[in-house]
Design a binder for this molecule. Sequence first.
Ligand code: ZN
Length: 399
Amino acid sequence: MQYKYYLIGILGIGLVGSVSLAAPAVSKRKLDYAFKKLALDIPIRVLLQENKLRDTKWVLGSDEGFVVYTPSSKKKTIFTRTGVTVTYANGAFFINGQKQTGSHFFIMPLGGLISLGPIKYDGVFSVTKVKGTAYLVNHLDLEEYLQAVLPYESYPGWPDEVQKAFCIAFRSYGISKILEQRARNNWPYPYDIKNTNSHQVYRGHEKSACFKRIVEATRGIVLSHDKKPILAMFDIACGGVIPARKKGVHFDKAPYLERKYPCHYCKEHRFYRWDTAYTFSELEKGLKKIIPRLGRLRDIKIGSFDAAGVAQNIRVRGSHRWFNIKASTFRNQFKKLRSLCFNFAKNGRKVTISGKGHGHHLGLCQWGAYFMVKKGWDYKRVLQFYYPNTTFMKLSRMP
Ligand SMILES: [Zn+2]
């Protein structure tokens, strides 16, 4: 396959310049090891912790100690102990009780990996103060990050061709987030992406060879639209819902999510169509948390759907009047619902809720992709089905 190449020079976090190696008792080899970790090929900054300054207490580990590096002053401090605790008091950060100058510095392992509590991480950590908040961020190479994201955001044991499609989607999503955050003048935060499912789940170093193989096989490949990596969203099963008909999505900004044809490839999955049931009293109990003045629940129905069949509002009749609530608020309260594409069927005091799909019905449908590959599709065909009007590109360093 022929790729066009991205120039990623703009992503460089900058090499650290000349650093004096005057610290006693630490070999140049160990310092080189630490600073090499800082000079990443394609760095991604993943948020691990954010808290009020005074609540800062991060316990970090490394088998061979740490070097703390402050870019603004080029100062570096060696900690030979295998554990350090970062705290904040009286306007400054402290490491093992030693005051640090500056509101942004790196903590890098002198050997092996760095850990936060029981979890080990690739790359290095940074500590940053922004207004009243302290941020602990993991800087690591995008490809190492993908290796760690794959096991949590995909299904271990699935065929390689599906994993490759996921990996390219996750890489595109990651790089799109990196570019988006760094292009924003008003983005004061020291990270590109969160480590939770609001972005992509990330739980530190992943050493399993099977995910490494997938990342290597697709190294640097992203999907792009208009020469930019796409924000490649994905859900578990789309249920045949046509994304282009969804209301409230900014397709002008993300035309590659405006798929105008359905995916039925996920139809063998149990959430392609799903049913769940609640009694009136169960619904009443949950609804009272949203509508304190509800009284007794008399009736419930969908207020409106969009053209895709996704519920927008729910009408709820209480003791004295009707109330209107957002469908998303309703779903947050009733966790058995797999998506917002649903309807009610009432039978006496029981309400059956029937729906389509599991997730938000945008982008790649994971179970659809699985069944496509079972039918013999390759990852390129899968991705181009789910993200129309996109091309494959490859990330490359600026010459
Ligand atoms: Zn599907």
